[in-house]
Design a protein. Structure first.
Length: 373
């Protein structure tokens, strides 16, 4: 077999000026500025070139072997248990239980019956106003321990609707519980869903960083090292319909948080996991449109580097999802992994002049806004 020649030999470099001359000719008199678009107050160049970058940044993070998530409504515990077992059977790797009341040991056992806890990551979202994440973790730990599982090896997270529900003193206790009993659980949620607004990724990013810094600063005052609180953080974000912006938003979040950690003097830059959910506001009242749109939203989340992805079923806007819509939502991710092999690639957007430029602009503008908060 002969060696494949370098394809670049047949394609000599083309300068930016040469490309711009060709574009101007093809526009037939229309100005180049007509191709520009705005994101908030930023002017986005539709044609970035290698000459615009001093050098290409290094890829962000390892290969995107994200977890396939699914939200399980847990108002009826037995129904929720049936649904999660079915979801796990069909390829879900990271179910998230949406809770509407506090659970004791017995009710937690009902919810988790038949689930092989060491094989999946388990996540909880306490939607109830009287959320008690510390006791929720303790009940989960008791239930797992009673089945003979080493809880220190279990993965997952606990989230709640409002960070104000837990003051720093309670957060300190929460971290202590996790540190000694569930060290691989993420217990400090940074919720970006309330900050999401289509077309305003800059404000969203600035608020995300600000919320995360509040956790780190508050716990540092309680003598929890930054490295330790960082280990228990988790970002939770919404994914909208603007494909390239959503890719760049996740990449910019990673750059911003690395910058924060450097400011604290942290040497080992451990990026907290980013869980992505399709924005509920992005759904139309047409299930077929939602089904198609979910694919590009999922691609944006994965290419951007999300660690866990939950896709809204196409009929979620009705408030009553079906097994068919949940299956299709799972299968979108199966196709991206098993057929398209998106999980084989480290930072797929790295090296794209357009995405690199957009990432840098978002990160720079968000950092400036964060500093003025």
């Amino acid at each position: 077999m002969t060696n494949t020649p370098h394809l670049s030999i047949d394609f000599p470099p083309v300068s930016k000026n040469e490309w711009l001359a060709k574009i101007e000719k093809d526009l037939k008199g229309k100005p180049l500025s007509s191709l520009e678009w705005k994101l908030d107050h930023l002017d986005i160049d539709p044609f970035p070139h290698a000459e615009d970058l001093k050098s290409l940044p290094a890829p962000l993070g390892p290969a995107s072997n994200w977890e396939i998530g699914e939200d399980i409504e847990a108002a009826d515990l037995q129904k929720a248990n049936h649904q999660v077992r079915q979801a796990l059977h069909h390829g879900v790797e990271a179910p998230r239980f949406v809770l509407y009341e506090n659970l004791g040991d017995h009710r937690m056992e009902t919810l988790l019956e038949g689930i092989q806890l060491p094989l999946v990551s388990v996540h909880f979202f306490e939607k109830n106003k009287n959320a008690d994440p510390k006791h929720l973790l303790e009940h989960f730990q008791h239930t797992a321990k009673n089945t003979g599982v080493d809880t220190r090896k279990l993965r997952g997270s606990v989230n709640w609707a409002n960070n104000d529900a837990v003051v720093m003193e309670d957060a300190l206790e929460l971290v202590e519980v996790a540190k000694h009993k569930l060290p691989e659980f993420k217990v400090l949620p940074v919720n970006g869903h309330a900050f999401f607004k289509e077309g305003d990724a800059i404000t969203e990013l600035a608020n995300l960083i600000n919320e995360a810094v509040n956790w780190v600063d508050g716990l540092e005052q309680k003598r929890i090292p930054v490295e330790e609180s960082n280990h228990f953080l988790q970002f939770s974000i919404s994914i909208g319909k603007n494909y390239f912006v959503e890719i760049a938003k996740i990449r910019a979040l990673k750059l911003l948080w690395a910058n924060v950690l450097r400011a604290y003097g942290v040497e080992v830059l451990e990026m907290p996991p980013i869980e992505a959910h399709l924005a509920t506001s992005s759904q139309s009242e047409d299930a077929n449109t939602n089904m198609i749109q979910a694919t590009t939203q999922a691609m944006a989340a994965v290419i951007g580097g999300a660690d866990r992805l939950t896709i809204l079923p196409s009929d979620a806007f009705t408030g009553n999802t079906t097994e068919f819509s949940r299956r299709i939502a799972r299968n979108v991710q199966h196709i991206l992994k098993m057929e398209s092999h998106f999980d084989w690639v480290t930072d797929p957007a790295a090296g794209s002049y357009f995405v690199e430029n957009l990432t840098a602009k978002l990160a720079g503008a968000a950092w400036e806004k964060f500093q003025n908060m």
